[in-house]
Design a protein around this ligand. Structure first.
Ligand SMILES: Cc1cc2nc3c(=O)[nH]c(=O)nc-3n(C[C@H](O)[C@H](O)[C@H](O)COP(=O)(O)OP(=O)(O)OC[C@H]3O[C@@H](n4cnc5c(N)ncnc54)[C@H](O)[C@@H]3O)c2cc1C
Length: 463
């Protein structure tokens, strides 16, 4: 039996950061990973492939420059799946190498195989070379999730796929049905629509991206329609079948039938807990495979922590990293703080949406007196230079205290731009900061100043 101070199960962002924090605290750490490569879903099937695919789509389709050179502007006339895949595979390989080097540099042992508990402090690792037993007083579970299956949707890996299988499609379909109006479904809808694919998006709720500000979602919906996306909201899929022509038919509960060359099923994720023998450690998961934890990521067994997607919301790589870091710090009583109530969101639709803080709907429900300042990219020199004349930035602030309550952006670079506002928001700043600050010119950051003036002018008119 090999002994460690900390065993981390899973090498995604949550596991990596837990391991690095453990080793930086001077502890002996091992990461167990059941895949043959490190990096988890984040690097291999989720965040990194999808964001690289988006970048390839944006570049090859010429999207960024079409408002300047015309709708027919293209970098490559006929874009193939292998064009897109080429760039994705390159980035995946590089990122996996970087992860391995980082863990090795920090003296973290790496063990490939599937981990399962034999007791609260003992784990069996089953790999291609047999079984290894390891033990540690502290364990971090960071096993992530996988796309949820549905008996209604018979995946075949090529024309009926889930989000892990997008790059397995032999060619870019002419038409695509996307089931699921959450982040993953909407991001892929945007990418394929930008490539010229006719997309039908089916969502059972009345709106897309329910947690985002409705003004931003409406702006996105306008773009989607402009790119010939048909949105079927309040609609649910009853069954999916292949047709004789090699296409796919989605039968909706409302008796509508939608035909496409392919279907992407992007509804829900299931926690990876089945192989873990959790009962042996005295832990259990719910029916979606999520492990319940307290605010410090302890499971019911105080020496076992769970972090990342396997504990559910918000299921973001960015947040998973923080959770991993905090859990390992708690295990070894190292002081560490994170602001769990105020994480930013980056949604890589086309155009991007990013936000932090409350939405207008939430503040209205809570009867908070607020005012809004909006700036449009088209009013800012950088917006014209970049050719993004549709973006906008909205600051929501308290009408009396002028404290920032929320920042919402749609447009190119939104997820980067947000971090300026995030700093002011988290540090308890007011809208006046943006008025009193000089921003580089020409930058999109100037939107903050324009939005602040817009909001404060509205306040002035109230007096
Ligand atoms: C299409 C898509 C796009 C996304 N885009 C973004 C984005 O833009 N921004 C963002 O912040 N987040 C994004 N996410 C979410 C992000 O990928 C996840 O939040 C993140 O990967 C979760 O990290 P994790 O460490 O919890 O788990 P994972 O990354 O899922 O890693 C878990 C690892 O544990 C391993 N494992 C499982 N069981 C065992 C076992 N028994 N023994 C050993 N190893 C095991 C798995 O093989 C896997 O490698 C996206 C997700 C998807 C699917």
């Amino acid at each position: 039996m090999q002994s460690y101070d900390l065993i981390v199960i899973g090498s995604g962002p949550a596991g990596q950061r837990a391991a690095i924090q453990g080793s930086k605290s001077g502890k002996r750490v091992v990461v167990v990973e059941r895949r043959e490569v490190l990096g988890g879903n984040c690097i291999n099937t989720g965040t990194i492939p999808s964001k690289t695919l988006r970048e390839a789509v944006m570049h090859l389709s010429g999207y960024m420059y079409q408002s300047i050179y015309g709708m027919n502007y293209r970098v490559k006339e006929k874009i193939s799946m292998s064009d897109l895949s080429f760039r994705v595979q390159h980035v995946i390989k590089t990122e996996a190498d970087v992860t391995q080097a980082q863990l090795t540099r920090n003296n973290v042992d790496i063990m490939f195989g599937t981990a399962s508990f034999t007791g609260p402090t003992t784990i069996k690792v089953t790999g291609t070379r047999g079984i290894t037993e390891i033990e540690a007083p502290h364990v971090v579970i960071a096993t992530g999730t996988r796309p949820a299956d549905s008996a209604k949707v018979p995946l075949n890996g090529t024309t009926i796929i889930n989000s892990d299988q997008v790059l397995q499609m032999p060619e870019i379909p002419k038409s695509l049905i996307v089931v699921g109006g959450g982040v993953i479904g909407v991001e892929y809808t945007c990418m394929f629509a930008t490539l010229g694919v006719r997309v039908v998006l089916v969502e059972k709720r009345p709106r897309l991206l329910e947690f985002a500000d409705s003004e931003m979602v409406e702006a996105l919906s306008y773009h989607l329609r402009d790119h010939r996306v048909t949105m079927r909201l309040n609609e649910e899929v009853e069954s999916v079948e292949e047709n004789a022509a090699g296409g796919v038919v989605a039968n909706l509960m409302s008796k509508k039938k939608i035909v496409g060359d392919a279907l992407l099923y992007a509804v829900g994720r299931q926690g990876n807990v089945d192989e873990m023998n959790l009962a042996c450690a005295g832990i259990e998961a719910d029916n979606r495979g999520r492990i319940l934890v307290d605010g410090d990521f302890h499971t019911r067994q105080p020496n076992i922590f769970a972090v990342g997607d396997v504990i559910g919301f918000p299921s973001l790589a960015s947040v998973s990293m923080e959770q991993g870091r905090i859990a390992a710090a708690r295990a070894f009583n190292i002081p560490a703080y994170s602001n769990p109530a105020n994480y930013p969101y980056g949604i890589y639709t086309i155009p991007e949406i990013s936000f932090i803080g409350k939405t207008e709907e939430q503040l209205t429900d809570e009867d908070v007196p607020y005012e809004v300042g909006v700036a449009y990219y088209r009013e800012i020199a950088r917006g014209q230079i970049r050719g993004d004349t549709t973006g906008r930035l909205k600051i929501i602030f308290h009408r009396e205290t002028r404290l920032i309550l929320g920042i919402h952006i749609i447009g190119e670079g939104a997820s980067e731009l947000l971090h300026i506002g995030q700093a002011v928001f988290i540090l308890g700043g007011t809208v006046d900061y943006f008025v009193e600050t000089v921003f580089n010119y020409p930058t999109l950051a100037e939107c903050y100043k324009a939005a602040a003036f817009n909001g404060l002018n509205k306040l002035a008119r109230l007096q």
